[in-house]
Design a protein around this ligand. Sequence first.
Ligand code: ADP
Length: 164
Amino acid sequence: MKIAVYSGSFDPITKGHEDIIRRAAKMTDKLVVAVLNNINKNYLFSLEERTAMVINSLRDLENIEVKNFQGLLTDFMKENKIEFIIRGLRAVSDYEYELTIAFANGDISKGKAETIFIPASKQYMYLSSSVVREIANYEGKLSDYINEDVEMKIRDKIKTQGSR
Ligand code: ADP
């Protein structure tokens, strides 16, 4: 059984993330989407909110499991018997960072964790959660970047909490 993990903050999940997940799900028997909880990071959405949006966005996919994690990805992989890491590659700027992480994960897992890069689709090449948060702060158009459920949640969040 080929089990892979796709991890991220998903603050919030974008159509770029969704695109990678849907393409990766076709290549794996099971894809674990791991929502990262980094205690040093200041998120717009709580871990519970981020996880709920991920679950909601992927409801129609059968071979997906959504989990939370903190700490080392390779430890999480060992606990969950996962061999493959899926990463999305956007513009050239992602490349160096992603390659460093891929080498590090390979080294600390003694070669067990294999990273698979999937190129971002053209329309999502420059899309990130931070761009979405920025556009939302200024009440700009978001429908190309996030699904309706996520758009409702981010508009509500900014209304109740003010811009960040
Ligand atoms: P973000 O910065 O959007 O919160 P993360 O840093 O949590 O995303 O990254 C999670 C994974 O998703 C990484 O592999 C990243 O390259 C990938 N990713 C993020 N946005 C996109 C996108 N628009 N297209 C393809 N992959 C993406």
